[in-house]
Design a protein around this ligand. Structure first.
Ligand code: GDP
Ligand code: MN
Length: 400
């Protein structure tokens, strides 16, 4: 359920922010109070308990990752004392889930939510289906579980409706989904209203992912979003200036934030060959060929068409801030940018940054002979690749 395309990414937000947005569109969510000051977690959680005024509250860790329940980040409190104690326990903890990696994520925000009497947990999600180029609404009776697992093991339990961009999500589609989920009576009516409100929220927020897992029915026939995962399409952020305050930079990859400041398209990956490439397509191609010759790329990095020495230097710093990087492969095609300009950038960067891993360079296009000569006489220890395949092989050999 997670996707990043080669140009631009998704912006993630916390559950409590997602629920706030859904509420504005009339999607029912339980009453809740966020706690965003780690220093005053206990005090604020106590106040939240009083404010909610129920017999049960749920204390929920707010991190940009799912699986919090299983990891111990979602717990039920049956008294004010318990609510305070759980807030103290969860705030500041290093929460490990299947989506955080083994080091986990430090919890710095909580959501204290009114407990509800769950009758059944369902799943509902909206995604962009790249096969049909349309938005698909998915719903399942198997809520609370990982939907990837349901899709793999019992795909017949996932019901789908495709949204026609001309007409939008239709009432009959909402009813068909509610019917297939086996709902009746007030739960059916409420689910239909829920789906319609959710589809409207999707359309107006330029979201790229909605996941309500679980969506629950209660004994009283209410239909509520107990969880809310919302991602926004980065390419639409210019239309939503108000989303800036939803951003939680402490949840994002530091090197990716740094890259964004320099207008570099950078995505950290898990391999060992750092890649510096101009153009998103060439960057994808470079990653492919690294894999083809037996290596693993450490990142995707597009320095852009007009790579200046400063951009190249910034790119170098970002690539090298990743301790996994054992070699850097520079692959530049001099189309808009001249190779000699890039070579000057590489030389400047290596001198300024102090690179301690082997650097393989492949430059092709305008002025590549001049660039090769500059690199050869620069006094810097660089490995020159004759072509892309040769460069990739040399980079992978340098790692090993
Ligand atoms: P996730 O594990 O990160 O997906 O976090 P969720 O918000 O989905 O919470 C995990 C589980 O906690 C849910 O599937 C529910 O079973 C349970 N849970 C969450 N909120 C409530 C609540 O208000 N009442 C009860 N009884 N259980 C809840
Ligand atoms: Mn969930």
């Amino acid at each position: 359920m997670y996707h990043r395309n080669c140009k631009g990414r998704e912006m993630k937000i916390h559950e409590y922010q997602g629920k706030e947005i859904l509420k504005r569109y009339g999607v029912p969510v339980p009453a809740s109070v966020p706690v965003t000051d780690p220093e005053r977690a206990a005090e604020l959680a106590g106040q939240a308990w009083d404010q909610l005024g129920g017999a049960v509250a749920v204390v929920k860790a707010q991190i940009h990752a799912g699986g919090r329940g299983k990891g111990g980040g979602v717990k039920l409190a049956r008294s004010r004392e318990e609510c305070v104690a759980l807030a103290e326990e969860i705030m500041g903890m290093q929460l490990v889930t299947h989506q955080t990696g083994p080091e986990g994520k430090k919890v710095q925000r909580l959501l204290v939510e009114a407990g509800c009497e769950i009758e059944h947990e369902y799943y509902v999600g909206l995604v962009l289906d790249r096969q049909t180029s349309r938005v698909t609404v998915m719903a399942s009776t198997e809520g609370g579980m990982e939907i990837e697992k349901v899709a793999a093991e019992s795909p017949e339990k996932i019901f789908k409706e495709t949204i026609d961009p001309l007409t939008g999500f239709q009432g009959f589609q909402a009813r068909r989904l509610a019917f297939k989920l086996g709902l009746s009576g007030s739960a059916f009516k409420n689910a239909v209203r829920f789906f319609l409100a959710l589809a409207k929220a999707w359309e107006e927020t330029d979201a790229s992912l909605f996941e309500i897992n679980p969506l629950v029915t209660t004994k009283q026939g209410d239909v509520l979003a107990l969880d809310a995962k919302i991602n926004f399409d980065d390419n639409s952020l210019f239309r939503h200036k108000d989303y800036a305050e939803l951003r939680d930079l402490s949840e994002e990859e530091e090197s990716e934030i740094e890259a964004a400041k320099h207008d570099l398209n950078y995505i950290k990956l898990d391999g060992t060959v750092g890649c510096m490439v101009n153009g998103a397509g060439l960057a994808m191609g470079t990653m492919d060929i690294i894999k083809y010759v037996g290596g693993e790329p450490a990142n995707f990095l597009d320095v852009g068409g007009g790579a200046s020495p400063e951009t190249v230097e910034a790119g170098f710093k970002i690539i090298l801030s990743d301790p996994n990087v054992k070699c850097v492969l520079i692959n530049i095609f001099g189309g808009i940018v001249r190779c000699d300009r890039v070579a000057a950038g590489v030389i400047q960067a290596v001198k300024n940054v102090g690179v301690e891993v082997p650097v393989v360079v492949r430059l092709a296009g305008t002025n590549h002979e001049v660039a090769a000569e500059m690199l050869r006489t620069s006094g810097i220890d660089l490995i020159v690749g004759d072509n892309l395949r040769d460069a990739a092989e040399k980079a992978v050999a340098a790692v090993k």
